[in-house]
Design a protein around this ligand. Structure first.
Ligand code: KG4
Ligand code: ZN
Length: 337
């Protein structure tokens, strides 16, 4: 079985083909491309929805051709087209979905809508194994911070979430306060390498409150006050602040994720979303998980940020789980998991 995946929910245009080996039953990515629009949006300090839609429109057709060529496939050899139908930017999603539907109409290949967060949630299975059910997933992206208990494919229970900003948003907003470009997460990570994590002490919101929720807006405000105190921060101040921000956000994420595994008696943890590509986060989490006997499943960093392999891969699992596919569906900018 060969699945074409299309992802255009935000500022990455991505296409991939995921194939199931008829002998072993295992799946693998046979061709993929991701085009980031970061440079286009950086000058505006964030993603401009209309610009994102236009970029997808321009990039998607040639990328599809390239991926089909590098997989050496023609349309008749594809079994399914999987496309991100939400959540995300309405205009951006519409480009991918309209294109997928037009392809489906002209080739007769069925089109399956995929939830973007389900793509992230199952991503460790793209080139590895998915853990045994149930497991806990921590999804940390620009718009989401969710702790999900995964009972089976398609059976997801949200057990914790942010009450205000998402973790990625906190990275992005803090970076902006430090005068760093968008997206802030990778910039903070880069500066933090030269920073002293102990010079500035930032709060770890929600950790003393119990429960599995998150809150990052107070942390962002604390960053704002520290930056104000510094007046004109020099390069070392910026690096030390970046290290403190990274440490604070990661501490909160790691503590809550481990707590979720313990409380839910599910010692298997998956991470996903752009923030899950952060090296400090991965190293801290690995250390903490192994000390608590929790098995950690981390997708390759390139499958943490937005990509189409995760969309094709998620469709592969839903199709193999005998779930009923929706007949009537549409793009959903907001779509609960
Ligand atoms: O999942 P993603 O690629 O797109 C969304 O669906 O939102 O996540 C993007 C978010 C941004 O907030 C970005 O700053 C953050 O992930 N991010 C990082 C890193 N790489 C991306 N945050 C911290 N460290 C990183 N290395
Ligand atoms: Zn994402």
């Amino acid at each position: 079985m060969k699945i074409l995946g299309i992802e255009t929910s935000c500022d990455e245009t991505a296409v991939a083909i995921y194939s199931q080996d008829p002998h072993s039953g295992a799946g693998k990515v046979i061709a993929e491309q991701v085009a980031s629009q970061i440079k286009t949006h950086a000058r505006y300090g964030g993603v401009v929805p209309e610009v994102a839609s236009r970029e997808h429109l321009k990039l998607l057709p040639p990328m599809l051709d390239t991926v089909m060529q590098s997989a050496a496939l023609d349309w008749q050899q594809l079994d399914v087209i999987a496309v991100t139908a939400g959540p995300g930017l309405m205009g951006a999603l519409l480009v991918g979905v309209s294109y997928a539907r037009a392809l489906g109409e002209s080739t007769g290949i069925p089109v399956i809508p995929v939830h973007h967060m389900e793509g992230h949630l199952l991503a460790p299975g793209i080139n590895g194994e998915l853990p045994e059910f149930p497991f806990i997933t921590l999804l940390v992206s620009g718009g989401h911070t969710l702790l999900v208990k995964v009972e089976a494919i398609g059976k997801y229970r949200i057990i914790g979430q942010t009450l205000d900003d998402a973790a990625g948003e906190c990275f992005d907003k803090s970076a902006r306060l430090l005068g760093l470009p968008y997206p802030g997460g990778p910039e903070i990570a880069r500066l933090a390498l030269q920073g002293n994590r102990d010079r500035f002490r930032l709060p770890r919101p929600m950790l003393n409150k119990g429960g599995l929720n998150f809150s990052f807006s107070g942390l962002k405000t604390a960053v704002m006050y520290k930056v104000r105190e510094l007046g004109e921060p020099n390069q070392q101040d910026r690096c030390d602040m970046a290290a403190a921000i990274e440490a604070a956000i990661c501490d909160v994420l790691v503590t809550q994720a481990i707590r979720a595994c313990v409380e839910e008696d599910a010692p298997r943890l998956v991470i996903g979303g752009g923030v899950a590509s952060n090296e400090w986060f991965r190293a801290t989490l690995l250390q903490m998980a192994s000390s608590k006997g929790i098995a950690l499943f981390m997708p390759d960093p390139r499958y943490c940020t937005d990509n189409a392999a995760m969309i094709a891969h998620a469709a592969f699992h839903t199709m193999h789980s005998n779930l009923t596919m929706p007949v009537d569906w549409d793009v959903r900018a907001r779509w609960p998991l």
